[in-house]
Ligand binder design. Structure first.
Ligand code: ADP
Ligand code: ZN
Ligand code: ZN
Length: 733
């Protein structure tokens, strides 16, 4: 067969590929990019097949305009994974592939180091006095930007330096174009372990030997309490992989990618290491992508999207803190990076290690049913001690900005001993609502079914569900009273009250409001390490990955909202937070203490967590899930829909329900719940409904979906309503 037709996946929201004619002297490759006409646009797509027949008459087909890649962007295992993910998560293939590419490739840039252009000052440029350029401020700005070394072409364009300015200044001989410094492809020839390793304990040695015993695919759950030496196990697993010239991929949660983590890997090995995270600009992202593909990086550490990095020779995947919710992408391609990591390892035929002190219930279930090997680290390395913990029954107690008298007394003890105290409260702002004292009216967002959060510092009411904010009203809008009161406690209020309660100690608040500025979080963390603050308040953000050796008391201010949440994962998340902070508190030589405030000290899950640990808690939680027919015992699909008119949304979901139920694979094990209003029934003026499809049989679920989706797309209402399919959702709001 001599192919004359290319089948192309384009970044358009349609579940199909498009056929184009090819010229025999410019042959595309499967998995490579081509530029094609699409309506009045030109789009860049990926060739998925080369063939000599089309369902359309040849004279109707348009020709490929340009072949961009002469070699595929992805090797078969990763390309297959992407195709699989598109199917599994019900997201169009063209969009899925576009998602997995750095932005520069989406724009058609060459997939080679040549695309990474840098600019640097010449000697003449360095000699230019900047204040001599008053009449050319743009040129002066450019010279200033380059003063501390070369900067990539793309970053300069991002800084609003124009191509004209670049040209003018380079014509003057003040700047030159540079290729990125040549990276070392031969790193493995002089590979070395560059620091002394601790002697492994028996459990660590056993875990390492188990993974090493089989170089082929295998999935290992490494369950080990905080400080039990999981990272040390990762380092030991990497050693033979790197020594053999193979690469390693390490996934970490969104805010787990700290300099501390990266440095541990840098210190241990002399191999080039790249990081991938949301803070990278386009050229940096491209550089990391190329470094993986061209074997110029031995180790890549990154958040969720790093999973799509191509590797020349991948040898192992590690997913640290595998239970972390940030591994699930919440929009567009709604993938779970941990689950896809297991799939990728399978396709690459290499081991994958999932590490956690508090494995997700899904993962534990897979380990218990034998799908994953279960490895344990039960002892803390070194001589770190476990934290003590206790419950404060706050029933009937006076709460001062959420703090009970026993907790305040305990805080004072720890602070007076020169230690730090950490308080968790998962609610930003001053208070979650504002109420009229005379008539009970509560200030409500006009666009959402939600109360405004009071932000006193900025004098605003803000809706945390849409972007709405407004000045605090002087009077009740119902009765005109001026007696407006905050209801409930947020981190801002807690911070104020602590300044009154403990004027001699400094308090720092870590939440999304206080860390909005770039670099703010890092600065706070550094200041905390230097003991500039004694009281730390935070939302969950504070719990992850950070080590605070001087914190000896941790308190969870309000655990009841998690115990009685309508999200079935809330208690699991609470348990994970508790174990995580308990691990942090006892880490240093000083023994730590963890306190929980609750009105329900006898709550069953709380009791099992406190007295028997995460293992017994998770067993009890799994039993509950089984009885309630919830994941991991069933698989869920959540169909979300929203529009300005509530009835239309509900109607569409009714029709989708009908499509699901009439599927030939729909049987008595399947069930559809809804349409029901979403927990937040109106957001930003749009009415939100949802439908849940549930079945213990994952294959049936996939079959139902693949038949249903094209049928849904044909529904007239589906064009009027914004809807999406979330396979195995993590968040039901
Ligand atoms: P985790 O990743 O489980 O939190 P780490 O690997 O960070 O644990 O180990 C916690 C601390 O114990 C680190 O300072 C690490 O260097 C040290 N450590 C780990 N394994 C050993 C060991 N076998 N002997 C001595 N110290 C160890
Ligand atoms: Zn009123
Ligand atoms: Zn709102």
């Amino acid at each position: 067969m001599i192919p004359n037709i290319a089948r192309v996946a384009l970044p358009v929201p349609l579940d199909k590929t498009f056929d184009y004619l090819i010229k025999s002297d410019d042959m595309p490759v499967i998995g490579g990019r081509v530029q094609v006409p699409f309506g009045r646009q030109r789009l860049i797509g990926i060739v998925t097949a080369l063939t000599d027949h089309s369902d359309f008459p040849l004279e109707q087909l348009k020709p490929v305009q340009k072949v961009i890649d002469k070699t595929p962007l992805w090797m078969p295992p990763l390309f297959d994974l992407l195709k699989w993910a598109s199917q599994y998560y019900q997201y169009p293939l063209g969009d899925t592939l576009a998602n997995a590419m750095p932005a520069l490739l989406r724009k058609g840039r060459e997939a080679s180091q040549a695309t990474l252009k840098f600019w640097a000052l010449t000697e003449a440029g360095k000699a230019q006095p900047l204040n001599g350029l008053t009449r050319a401020p743009k040129q002066a700005q450019l010279l200033r930007l380059l003063q501390n070394g070369s900067v990539s072409h793309d970053s300069l364009l991002n800084e609003e330096v124009s191509s004209a300015t670049l040209k003018a200044v380079s014509n003057k001989g003040w700047i030159v174009e540079q290729q990125q410094q040549q990276k070392d492809k031969n790193w493995h020839q002089h590979f070395a372990v560059t620091e002394e390793k601790p002697r492994l304990n028996e459990e660590q040695a056993l875990a390492i030997a188990t993974v090493n015993s089989n170089p082929d695919f295998g999935c290992y759950l490494l369950e080990g309490v905080t400080g039990s030496g999981k990272t040390e196990v990762y380092l030991n697993l990497l050693e033979p992989v790197l020594a053999a010239g193979k690469q390693a991929l390490i996934l970490v949660p969104e805010i787990g990618l700290t300099p501390q983590t990266i440095n541990r890997f840098r210190r241990r090995f002399n191999v080039p290491l790249e990081t991938v995270h949301s803070g990278l600009n386009d050229s940096e992202r491209m550089a990391a992508w190329l470094a993986g593909r061209d074997n110029q990086a031995g180790i890549i550490i990154g958040t969720r999207s790093a999973l799509f990095t191509p590797f020349a020779n991948l040898g192992i995947i590690i997913v640290d803190e595998e239970h972390d919710p940030s591994y699930k992408q919440q929009d567009s391609l709604r993938y779970h990076a941990r689950d896809l990591a297991v799939m990728r390892a399978n396709k690459e035929n290499i081991p994958v290690v999932l590490g956690s002190a508090t494995p997700a219930l899904e993962t534990l279930h897979n380990a218990k049913t034998g799908k994953y090997h279960h490895l344990h680290l039960t002892k803390r390395a070194g001589n770190a001690q476990l934290a003590r913990h206790g419950v404060i029954d706050v029933k009937g107690l006076y709460l001062d900005a959420g703090l009970s008298a026993p907790l305040i007394a305990e805080m004072r003890k720890h602070l007076n001993a020169g230690n730090q105290v950490m308080l968790f409260l998962n609610r930003r702002g001053f208070s979650p609502a504002m109420m009229c004292h005379e008539c009970g009216w509560i200030a409500e967002c006009t666009r959402c079914d939600a109360y405004y959060t009071l932000h006193q510092q900025s004098g605003e009411l803000r809706c945390h569900h849409c972007a709405t904010q407004r000045p605090i009203m002087p009077q009740c809008e119902q009765c005109g009273s001026t007696q407006l009161l905050p209801v409930g406690v947020g981190t801002e209020q807690l911070e104020n009250q602590l300044a009154t309660l403990f004027p001699e100690y400094k308090t720092v608040r870590i939440d999304r409001d206080s860390t909005r500025r770039k670099g703010a979080l890092e600065n706070y963390l550094e200041a905390i390490k230097n003991n500039e603050y004694q009281i730390l308040i935070g939302t969950q953000m504070l719990a992850k990955g950070h080590h605070f050796p001087n914190v000896t008391l941790v308190a969870l201010i309000d655990v009841d909202s998690a115990l009685f949440s309508n999200d079935f994962r809330a208690s699991e998340r609470l348990a994970q937070l508790f174990i995580q902070v308990a691990g942090r508190a006892g880490r240093a030589s000083k023994p730590g203490e963890v306190l929980l405030q609750t009105h329900h000290p006898d709550h069953l899950l709380l009791q099992s967590l406190l007295h028997k640990g995460y293992g017994v808690f998770s067993q009890a939680a799994l039993t509950e899930r089984k009885q309630a027919m919830l994941p991991p015992y069933t698989h869920l699909v959540l169909v979300r829909a929203e529009a300005n008119d509530s009835d239309t949304v509900c109607q569409l979901l009714q029709q989708i329900r009908g499509i699901f139920e009439s599927s030939p694979v729909y049987d008595q094990d399947c069930c559809v719940l809804g349409p029901n209003p979403a927990p937040l029934a109106r957001r930003a003026g749009r009415y939100r409904w949802q439908l849940i499809l549930q079945t213990p049989n994952r294959k049936a679920l996939q079959q139902i979906l693949s038949i249903a989706k094209p049928a849904i797309q044909l529904l007239p209402l589906a064009k009027k309503v914004r809807w999406s399919i979330d396979v195995e959702p993590q968040d039901l709001t």
